[in-house]
Write a protein that binds this ligand. Structure first.
Ligand code: COA
Length: 317
């Protein structure tokens, strides 16, 4: 037994920051960001935590699914940027929803939502749950160095959610980790211990953009090929790929290498930037709400990020 997705939801905070706004405070331009990354604007939270945004996305997903919070058997939240470590983002969302089930966070950076989905699949496989809520929610703006133009123009805030129920929709998946801190690193911040004898690093995203770029194109391409084959399908059977929205050029390279037209890749990076673990569920919700997904459609979701990590799955809608 696996699951099928019966509802999706998303939420972005109200404040919009355009490339032109950023160009007023750092040395960048709308033209550079659009050409090199594909982003025009992003939403930035002024007062809401990742958990609070995740709660609003979850409400939308529950409404679409016609599921009440008390029917949930499990809540998993993927996030690296919640305002508190404890309570967990999942614990806060559980409380705000009024749900009673176990709830916990997973951290696998931008691949987090797909790691969370894969974790939920294990609960379904053991017959432990009938309905689960999986959320990706990020307030990336609080862990970015706003003076570093190589990273601060890329990220945005937001949340996405999916409600899963028992079914046969999770066809194949791969989650992978290539541990190391040389490509992407986000230190956790201050250390108050009097016995700690290392210099504390700022809790900001440090990223080697070009290495991340190469890793992303290679993993997206090889994992989609590998996973579709394992599912007994060909890439031509895929109706849509929902990729992590990190850079439009990464998606264009992957499209070329896979021989899959860009129209099959759902892209919304222009409006939101890279929202880390929220990017895939936000894109999935937007795609779902176009009404273009039909039961039985084959969808690939693929992500990469800090860890380094990557994850890809094939689902039958
Ligand atoms: N505005 C204007 N110029 C900028 C800039 C900005 N925001 N950021 C960097 N530049 C400049 C650099 O200083 C450099 O100038 P130089 O040639 O005078 O030295 C030039 O642009 C090229 O920099 P480079 O780092 O080679 O750019 P790039 O084409 O690799 O693009 C990224 C940088 C970060 C957009 C790109 O590497 C990327 O998207 N990588 C993947 C990142 C990612 O996916 N991260 C998320 C992981 S989940």
């Amino acid at each position: 037994m696996s699951f099928r997705i019966i509802g999706t939801g998303s939420y972005v905070p109200e404040k919009v920051v355009t490339n032109f706004d950023l160009a007023e405070v750092i040395d960048t331009s709308d033209e550079w960001i659009k050409q090199r990354v594909g982003i025009s604007e992003r939403h930035i939270s002024t007062d809401e935590s990742a958990a609070e945004m995740g709660y609003k996305a979850a409400l939308n997903a529950l409404e679409m699914s016609n599921v009440k919070p008390e029917e949930l058997d499990l809540i998993i939240v993927a996030s690296i940027s919640n305002d508190t470590i404890c309570p967990t983002a999942a614990g806060t969302i559980q409380k705000l929803l009024g749900a009673k089930c176990p709830a916990f966070d997973v951290n696998s950076a931008c691949s987090g939502f797909l790691f969370a989905i894969d974790t939920a699949a294990g609960f379904f496989a053991r017959g432990k749950v009938k309905k689960a809520l999986v959320v990706g929610s990020e307030r990336m703006s609080r862990i970015i160095d706003w003076n570093d133009r190589g990273t601060c123009v890329i990220f945005g805030d937001g949340a996405g959610a999916a409600v899963l129920e028992e079914g046969d929709g999770y066809l194949e998946s791969k989650i992978a980790t290539y541990g190391g801190d040389d490509v992407i690193k986000i230190p956790s911040g201050t250390d108050a211990s009097p016995y700690y004898n290392k210099e504390t690093e700022a809790a900001h995203v440090f990223m080697d953009g070009q290495e991340t770029f190469k890793f992303a194109v290679n993993t997206i391409t090889s994992e989609i090929q590998e996973i579709t084959e394992k599912a007994g399908l060909s890439v031509d059977d895929i109706k849509y790929v929902v990729p992590h929205q990190a850079n439009i050029r990464i998606i264009q390279f992957a499209s070329k290498r896979l021989g899959l037209p860009m129209e099959k890749f759902f892209v919304n990076i222009e409006k939101y930037g890279n929202t880390s673990a929220a990017s895939i569920p936000m894109a999935l919700d937007e795609l779902n709400r176009t009404g273009d997904l039909k039961r039985g459609d084959i969808i690939a979701m693929t992500a990469f990020g800090g860890g380094l990590s990557s994850a890809t799955c094939i689902i039958k809608w």
